[in-house]
Design a protein around this ligand. Structure first.
Ligand code: IDP
Ligand code: MG
Length: 149
């Protein structure tokens, strides 16, 4: 079953949007299989944003994600990687569609509330960077027959 890595960034936590953000994935019908609240280390932040290492905004990315607690999650479901990206919205909250998390709650690209894996390979890499196998729970929600034909 497909899995993706999502993280509510420090701005989402500080603004009291943890419940609202989790609700969107929960009510959509995806399954939560991993969840933790943590202070991110510089090492983890640099590994997570490794693809952006050469970008001018890399230092501020690392500084921000380590500036306060983060909610790290793994969600499961058919098509969850692409669907979560749609629920999250475009990178810049100013141009993100209303109805998306970034479109509804943000105005600045450096404060866009949530991270979501962008492809199957990155999802796999990020899930195993942030979670051990023992921290992920495989379970069968009782809602399954009401969500799947
Ligand atoms: P994504 O989060 O939508 O996948 P990425 O291009 O992977 O966007 O960029 C990672 C993060 O880096 C973004 O979520 C955003 O916070 C930040 N970022 C991206 N582009 C810029 C920029 O041009 N200026 C400042 N921050 C940026
Ligand atoms: Mg990205």
């Amino acid at each position: 079953m497909e899995r993706t890595f999502l993280a509510i960034k420090p701005d989402g936590v500080q603004r009291g949007l943890v419940g609202e953000i989790i609700r969107r994935f929960e009510t959509k019908g995806f399954t939560l299989v991993g969840l933790k609240f943590l202070q991110v280390s510089k090492e983890l932040a640099e590994q997570h944003y490794d693809v952006h290492r050469e970008r001018p905004f890399f230092p501020s990315l690392v500084e921000f994600i380590t500036s306060g607690p983060v909610v790290a999650m793994v969600w499961e479901g058919d098509g969850v990687i692409a669907s979560a990206r749609k629920i999250i919205g475009a990178t810049n909250p100013l141009t993100a569609e209303p109805g998306t998390i970034r479109g509804d709650f943000g105005i600045n690209i450096g404060r866009n509330l949530i991270h979501g894996s962008d492809a199957p390979e990155t999802a796999q890499k990020e899930v195993s960077l942030w979670f051990t196998d023992a921290e992920l729970v495989s379970w069968q929600p009782h809602l399954t027959p009401w969500l799947h034909e």
